[in-house]
Design a protein around this ligand. Structure first.
Ligand code: DAK
Length: 262
């Protein structure tokens, strides 16, 4: 719950087969407190377990997707407690347990942990107002939720090094050029576009979608050889599904497929 007014820190909405989780701490630019991360994790796992939902969207406000982990909460932390409880790292990694596709719909600031959260999502859609950065160096720390690793894989060493060492932010346009985001859309259309994308994915074969996500993540996380072997196993196993037979029959019968969605 939010500090003020007993409001939830993460509000959820359903739009057809799209589940939307909206970060709701506007007064702190959606700073990612422990309580917010716990609510976000619970919302994501609930959508993941819900057969009516096919894809998930995380978004923030017009001004900020999230301006990072909560600096007020972090400022008095001290080693070795930081090491022993790892800032409750498990809360930050709940998103990695979600099998359905997760889309980050980013408007405004996505900084520090906010940029890291977006990078943990499967697809990043950016409003033309979005700004991405890893400004931790200004606080005397470095990124701690994957920023030095996922950013390098997304944008390459040169740009990642500049961002991490200097804290410089990227505009939405620069982030798109650098392959940090899939697409930039006008801010007014961000949520509608994200829902359209989530609904499109959510209408496809759930098992094929989950395996496609796993296979692409293998490219990000393993060697080429291991990734290709993983892809092959997933590909072959899809021939044990009704959705493969339905998808191919529908193509040949020139009709829309009716995938099993639960
Ligand atoms: N934490 C707490 N409060 C924040 C905040 C943050 N990250 N960002 C903004 N706020 C608050 C401000 O304090 C201010 O509150 P009041 O003063 O009104 O009470 C309110 O939001 C509005 O912010 P500003 O007044 O500063 O607004 P401006 O438009 O002037 O500036 C800004 C916007 C985004 C440029 C600025 O707020 C800013 O620089 N914010 C901090 C950005 C930042 O440094 N982010 C990185 C934080 S470090 C880990 C997990 C996560 C992490 C690490 C490890 N593990 C699991 C191990 C992540 C670390 C980080 O993200």
């Amino acid at each position: 719950m939010s500090e003020a007014a007993g409001e939830r820190l993460v509000k959820t909405e359903r739009h057809g087969r799209a589940g939307l989780a909206r970060l709701n701490r506007p007064e702190a630019l959606n700073a990612l407190s422990d309580a917010l991360m716990a609510e976000l994790g619970a919302a994501l796992l609930a959508f993941d377990a819900d057969p009516e939902i096919g894809a998930i969207i995380i978004t923030g406000s017009e001004r900020a997707f999230a301006a990072g982990a909560d600096i007020r909460e972090m400022k008095d932390r001290a080693y070795p407690d930081t090491f022993l409880n790892d800032f409750i790292g498990a809360r930050w990694e709940t998103i990695l347990r979600v099998r359905k596709p997760v889309i980050a719909a980013v408007a405004g600031f996505a900084l520090g942990g906010g940029c890291e959260l977006a990078m943990m999502c499967d697809i990043v859609l950016a409003a033309d107002t979005a700004r991405f950065g890893q400004p931790e160096i200004n606080l005397g720390i470095i990124p701690g939720a994957g920023g030095t690793q996922r950013l390098v894989r997304a944008v390459g060493k040169a740009k990642a090094m500049e961002m991490v060492l200097s804290g410089r932010m990227l505009s939405a346009e620069e982030a798109e050029r650098a392959n940090l985001v899939a697409r930039v859309v006008p801010a007014a259309e961000l949520i509608a576009e994200a829902i359209k994308l989530a609904e499109r994915i959510g209408g496809l074969s759930p098992v094929a979608v989950a395996m496609a996500k796993q296979a692409v993540n293998s490219a990000f996380e393993t060697t080429l050889r291991a990734g290709i072997l993983h892809e092959r196993q997933l590909f072959l196993s899809l021939f044990g599904t009704g959705d493969q037979r339905e998808g191919m029959a529908a193509f040949l019968e020139k009709r829309s497929p009716r995938f099993r969605q639960s």
